[in-house]
Write a protein that binds this ligand. Structure first.
Ligand code: UD1
Ligand code: CA
Length: 452
């Protein structure tokens, strides 16, 4: 069989529309949520596959949903949705999409919402193989380690597709075949609506099978193709264990991609990325680090062990962690240092500024070369509104200070440890805002119960 990596891509002769089937119930997920809304790398499966479909530059992308899947409809926007009223099978689902496509003439690529890891490269290979001959349909085959549950693929001596037999309709002999149907296929859109009308549900599942379309085309003298893809990309999600497997596969690929791009991962298997994580070369990531969405890190940054980082920008030379938490809107400047048990949210940390231990910086600016002492916090929320704390350059915020926002502390100011500040501080001032220490000689004696 032709392998997908050896397929040559002539310029696609026809327009392309992509149909993503996602109306299935996903019963085995045992979830109140639609199956395709479950996430891989923090992003719903359906968004992964839409992102891949978009890379093919199709004329149209249509997602087939069941009624009341409004949650999915919202994330697939602005792409069109076709509603399949009853889940009568994959062939019936395509029928709903073809109606929505109207008079589209061209190739139709059918993808599954629960097969999210397929690459644009493989799909381009599938379309190219379809266009290399006068095929009515071309199916993407795979060889899973265990083919149980998949449709089995049978080929003619010339390599074209003979038929696909669903597991539930297969004889014991047919079940021995390992070449399986990924479910993904390209179809010639001309006359497809008519072909779909000819589908019958006289099978062991009482469903209208998409896999019968090539068979009907064959009966009418139109041959179909098969091309083999990589099982690692083509496996689907039917239950939570498979969801976890795909998450691991996705993370593995991303780790390799990061290391390839010059990022050091001290223990790759313990670092988790989001699809949009961007990291410059010569950045070193320690063990057990989690990146949520929206992180951009320059070259030459050090992220030490056990950090949780999302929605953050980190400039070169910065050192983060261990045990730091950067929340959305954290903007960490060149050579800044953010140490253990420091949480930062919606704040800009200037060049060379430091917050080394135990603190909270929220809705704030910490100017260049300022030092935010151990245990200091910005008090940004009064129960109703969030307010800003602006700290200038070369400021010292003493340990265990509370800065009650809104507040400004100008350049060069020095805040004594343990201060609770409620008013702005002028440049270069020393401010002490705490009760004075009182010493009562001998009054401490015998106040503690002793048993020795
Ligand atoms: C299908 C293929 C099988 C292939 C397998 C690969 C058919 C008949 N069988 O089987 O050959 O090996 O995928 O995973 O096509 N869906 C709808 N509406 C429906 C039914 C399904 O939109 O009425 C969607 C599902 O949401 C899912 C996809 O179609 O995204 C596949 O449906 P599923 O029921 O999982 O098909 P399989 O029985 O696994
Ligand atoms: Ca399935």
């Amino acid at each position: 069989m032709t392998d997908i990596s050896s397929s040559r891509s002539p310029v696609p002769a026809k327009d392309l529309a992509v149909v993503i089937l996602a109306a299935g119930k996903g019963t085995r997920m045992k979830s109140a949520m639609s199956k395709v809304m479950h996430s891989i790398a923090g992003v719903p499966m359906i968004k992964h596959i839409i992102g891949t479909a978009e890379q093919l530059n199709p004329k149209k992308i249509i997602v087939v949903l069941a009624p009341n899947m409004n949650d999915v409809e919202a994330v697939v926007a602005p792409h069109a949705v076709a509603i399949q009223k009853e889940q009568l099978g994959t062939g019936d689902a395509l029928k709903a999409a073809v109606q929505t496509l109207g008079d589209f003439k061209g190739n139709i690529l059918v993808l599954y919402g629960d097969v999210p890891l397929v690459s644009a490269r493989s799909l381009n290979g599938l379309v190219a193989h379809h266009n290399s001959d006068d095929f009515g349909a071309t199916v993407l085959a795979m060889v899973p380690p265990n083919p149980t549950g998949y449709g089995r693929i049978f080929q003619n001596p010339d390599g074209t597709l003979a038929r696909i037999v669903e597991e539930k309709d297969a004889t014991e002999d047919e079940k021995l075949v390992r070449m399986s149907n990924s479910g993904l296929m390209v179809l010639d859109g001309d006359n497809l609506a008519d072909t779909l009308l000819k589908l019958q549900n006289t099978n062991n599942q009482g469903e209208y099978y998409l896999v019968d379309v090539p068979k009907i085309m064959g009966e009418e003298g139109r041959k179909s193709g098969v091309i083999r893809g990589d099982y690692a990309e083509l496996r689907g999600v039917n239950n939570r264990a498979q969801l976890a497997e795909l998450e691991m596969a996705w993370q593995h690929n991303k780790r390799m991609e990061m290391m390839d791009a010059g990022v050091t991962l001290l223990d790759p298997n313990t670092v988790y990325f989001a699809p949009d994580t961007k990291i410059g070369n010569d950045t070193v990531i320690g063990q057990n680090v989690v990146f949520g969405a929206g992180v951009t890190i320059d070259s030459g940054v050090e992220i030490r062990a056990f950090c949780h980082i999302e929605g953050a920008t980190i400039k070169s030379g910065a050192v983060i962690g261990p045990f730091a938490r950067l929340r959305p809107g954290s903007d960490i400047g060149v050579d800044a240092k953010i140490g253990n048990f420091v949480e930062i949210k919606n704040s800009k940390i200037g060049t060379g500024a430091k917050a080394n231990h135990l603190g909270y910086i929220g809705d704030a600016e910490l100017g260049a070369h300022s030092n935010f002492g151990c245990g200091a916090i910005t008090v940004n929320y009064d129960g109703k509104v969030k307010s800003k704390t602006i700290i200038g350059e070369n400021v010292m915020i003493g340990s265990n200070s509370s800065l009650i926002a809104p507040i400004k502390i100008a350049d060069g100011a020095y805040v004594a440890a343990g201060s609770t500040l409620t008013h702005d501080v002028e440049a270069d001032a020393l401010v002490i805002a705490r009760a004075r220490q009182e010493v009562l000689p001998n009054k401490g004696k015998n106040r503690l119960k002793r048993d020795h």
